[in-house]
Design a protein around this ligand. Structure first.
Ligand code: MG
Length: 387
């Protein structure tokens, strides 16, 4: 029985993690569930899975949640600090980190320090603090496993290859809804268009990141830390069907690919059962129904976020943190209609250029950099005019 804490249980990854658990209820026990705002769904989940503890981050909803669960033996807490404390509880083996954005960093750090394994869906954690997280993982002898289709694919391709030299990896990208748009059309993109992803059903932050290719940029940086690679060993290719989830190229010229339907429950269950596999009744891919798997070069002139991410990766230090903070502000502003689609890139680039470089930032440095970069980005938004 693996005992789980699911941080962000009401989001896209959180709810799909619970679907995975439903496939094998005797193999997993849900000990902790946390959510930012969705107290109603959190209450429904708590009633079904009877965790030891639930946390609602937005304390405005504490009383509602407490009342909804008053007849159950479930502890109820509120606030981000409560999340950072409950991950240390004795009754947890693995923390599923599925909350969105930089705010998830500290709870992952606390969980690792408390000796918990991590199933990581929150890519921002490794992007901004990869150097800290990887050394902590080694020091505390815990496992950190990807809940991201591309990195799960790489992990699966590397299974049984210990010690064999890797030449490079190729991360696949669907190209998002604007793959075939002209730059002119991209300037006109509205939030409702960007929120429609052709293959994957995800939360709004990651869906916008996918449309702008920032998601792939974050994944490139994440790959460096997960698999200890140099920037030149990580490439991106557009694969619109999202059936091949990534490739590993070995030193002998052989290539391994991992395939499957675009279904996040597959990387979730692999992260929870690694290195084993468990049965599921999820839909299967049918080769006879698929007449084409195609590939094309990623256009970093059109999708400049990808170029910015490579720049942040190569320079390192606090630059990925600056980029991530500016991007989080940019996505929020775009969703509220305050800046245009292409202005997100402009904003991120401006904030990156203005930032002061810190070579080996610690967690406190990163918290300050994140805060400063957000302030800076917000002050710039007022200077943009949306067409
Ligand atoms: Mg992905």
């Amino acid at each position: 029985m693996k005992r789980l804490a699911i941080l962000g249980s009401t989001g896209s990854i959180g709810t799909q993690t619970l679907e995975v658990i439903d496939q094998h209820p005797d193999s997993f026990s849900v000990e902790v569930l946390t959510a930012n705002n969705n107290h109603a769904l959190l209450a429904v989940q708590a009633r079904k899975y009877l965790p030891d503890t639930v946390v609602i981050v937005n304390s405005d909803y504490y009383n509602d949640l407490k009342r909804a669960l008053s007849d159950l033996p479930v502890k109820v807490y509120a606030g981000l600090e409560a999340v950072e404390q409950v991950v240390e509880q004795e009754n947890i083996d693995t923390v599923v980190a599925a909350m969105v954005g930089f705010s998830g960093l500290k709870s992952v750090v606390k969980a690792i320090a408390a000796g918990k394994d991590i199933a990581l869906a929150n890519k921002e954690t490794l992007v901004v603090a990869g150097h800290i997280i990887t050394s902590m993982v080694a020091r505390h002898k815990v496992r950190i496993l990807p809940v991201d289709s591309e990195h799960s694919a790489i992990l699966q391709c590397l299974a049984g290859e210990t010690g064999n030299p890797v030449e490079k990896i190729t991360l696949t990208a669907s190209g998002g809804p604007f793959r075939t748009y002209t730059p002119g059309q991209m300037h006109e993109v509205r939030p409702e268009q960007a929120l429609k992803h052709p293959n994957w059903d995800m939360g709004s932050k990651i869906t916008i990141d996918s449309a702008s290719m920032m998601n792939k940029g974050l994944e490139v940086i994440e790959a460096k830390w997960f698999f200890d690679l140099e920037p030149g060993q990580i490439e991106v290719i557009i694969h619109p069907q999202s059936i091949i989830h990534s490739f590993v190229h070995f030193a002998d010229g052989s290539i391994k690919a991992q395939m499957g339907l675009p279904d996040m429950r597959l990387p979730i269950i692999y992260a929870l059962t690694y290195p084993d596999r468990m049965e599921t009744d999820f839909p299967r891919f049918d080769f006879a129904e698929c007449n084409k798997l195609s590939f094309e070069e990623a256009d970093t002139k059109k999708f400049r976020n990808l170029a910015l991410a490579y720049k942040a990766l190569e320079k390192g230090g606090n630059l990925p943190c600056v980029m991530n903070a500016a991007n989080e502000v940019a996505v929020e502003a775009f969703l509220k209609g305050r800046i245009g689609f292409m202005q997100m890139t402009e904003l991120i680039e401006t904030i990156m250029e203005k930032s002061v470089f810190i070579n080996n930032p610690d967690i406190e440095d990163l918290e300050q950099v994140d805060k400063d970069s957000r302030l800076e980005a917000r002050s710039y938004i007022d200077k943009f005019k949306v067409k």
